[in-house]
Write a protein that binds this ligand. Structure first.
Ligand code: ADP
Length: 374
């Protein structure tokens, strides 16, 4: 099996692949990729370069991705040569373009914020203000997304590139549902996960499963995610990111065709982890059980401190490891940078409150700094 992308998602997938003697080969642009020393064959190469992708993939049985920004042309060519490509190149092409995603939601009757597509900054006033502007291609982790509050704001900051303008949703909660579907058409849906915000820093603090929502909403969110997968005829693992607004309505925000940050807790929290599930979906095997093993689980990203550079130093490891319900995952990155994802911690427990108390404790004791500060 080949994997395009050799970061932490590929790394955690390799951990599962080892159990089944699946030989995994990896391509990544960085010579220091997390998977560099864990794979049967590592190729350093540009994931957007069609020829590089073809060279890497020819001769493999199956190829998958841990990142969506890869050459669709290269993958299509591999598919034409008989390599099994999961997810399908056409689905990657759709997801790479936020504009096409929004159009597809409209076609499929999937609720998503009203939008218009524009070519550049001179058209950003077309929906009034405030407006969410998203670059159609190339954005990730919130980069390439901004809220424009008024015309002065737009004059100063609007992206001058093909964009989606989206009505701003009055967000109550950000939710995510991971769905797997294999080539035989079997599906498996994970419980809804909630991104819990820290209002002080206005950033996601941790992810909590189950989401603190009613059973009706839990069911609606799972059904909505399943509808997306079925409307797309998707094969692989799909993370469906949603908003719940203050009126109790769900809106699909966007899709990720791969394992997702909001599924890391499934390693310890659920019968079958998202990484094992991804392998099952890609290899067209029976899908695993998505049931939770604990009443509540949380996942806390370990990110580089704002002044951290050089070799990473993980503070608070001993306190964390002394807690019986805590599991630490480090991603093997040789250098730390401010806000870089360096690892994560999973907390399981008997209820949401006790898990949240432990998350708070870990938040105070764990820090990723570096040998160089400033
Ligand atoms: P990325 O792909 O970079 O993660 P997203 O589309 O998920 O970008 O947007 C990043 C964040 O911006 C979301 O998590 C949400 O907090 C906010 N956001 C995006 N779209 C809207 C919207 N229509 N209304 C309000 N907030 C939004």
């Amino acid at each position: 099996m080949g994997v395009l992308g050799g970061g932490q998602l590929g790394r955690m997938m390799i951990q599962e692949a080892l159990n089944w003697d699946v030989r995994v080969e990896v391509m990544d642009p960085s010579e220091e990729a997390s998977c560099r020393h864990l794979t049967a064959r590592f190729v350093q190469g540009d994931l957007q370069d069609a020829d590089a992708v073809v060279d890497f993939g020819l001769g493999l049985d199956v190829i998958t991705v841990e990142i969506e920004h890869v050459s669709v042309e290269g993958l299509q060519s591999l598919a034409n040569h008989g390599v099994e490509v999961v997810p399908r190149p056409a689905h990657l092409a759709l997801i790479q373009d936020k504009g096409r995603q929004k159009q597809a939601f409209e076609t499929w009757g999937i609720p998503s914020a009203p939008f218009v597509l524009v070519d550049g900054a001179n058209e950003v006033a077309s929906m009034g203000y405030p407006i969410v502007q998203k670059l159609r291609t190339g954005g990730y982790d919130g980069k390439g997304v901004q809220i424009l509050h008024n015309s002065q704001d737009a004059a100063q900051r609007a992206f001058d590139a093909p964009s989606v303008l989206e009505q701003r949703v009055d967000i109550h909660k950000e939710l995510s549902v991971i769905v797997a579907r294999n080539a035989s058409g079997d599906t498996a849906v994970y419980p809804v996960v909630e991104a819990v915000f820290n209002p002080e820093i206005n950033l996601v603090d941790h992810l909590m499963a189950p989401a603190a929502i009613s059973q009706t909403l839990e069911r609606e969110a799972r059904e909505l995610a399943l509808r997306v997968v079925q409307a797309m005829d998707f094969v692989g693992l799909l993370a469906v990111e949603m908003f719940l607004d203050h009126h109790g309505k769900l809106w699909v925000n966007e899709l990720a065709p791969r394992t997702h940050n909001s599924g890391h807790h499934t390693i310890e929290g659920n019968v079958c982890s998202q990484f094992e599930q991804h392998l099952r979906a890609v290899l067209n095997l029976p899908l695993g059980d998505t049931q939770p093993l604990h009443p509540a689980s949380a996942m806390l990203n370990l990110i580089g401190a704002p002044d951290a550079h050089g070799t990473p130093l993980y503070e608070g490891m001993e306190e964390a490891l002394a807690m019986p319900n805590v599991h630490v995952h480090l991603y093997g990155k040789s250098t730390v940078k401010p806000h870089r994802k360096m690892g994560h911690v999973t907390v399981t427990g008997p209820d949401i409150d006790s898990v949240q108390r432990d998350v708070l404790k870990l938040r105070q004791s764990m820090r990723v700094t570096g040998t160089i500060r400033g």
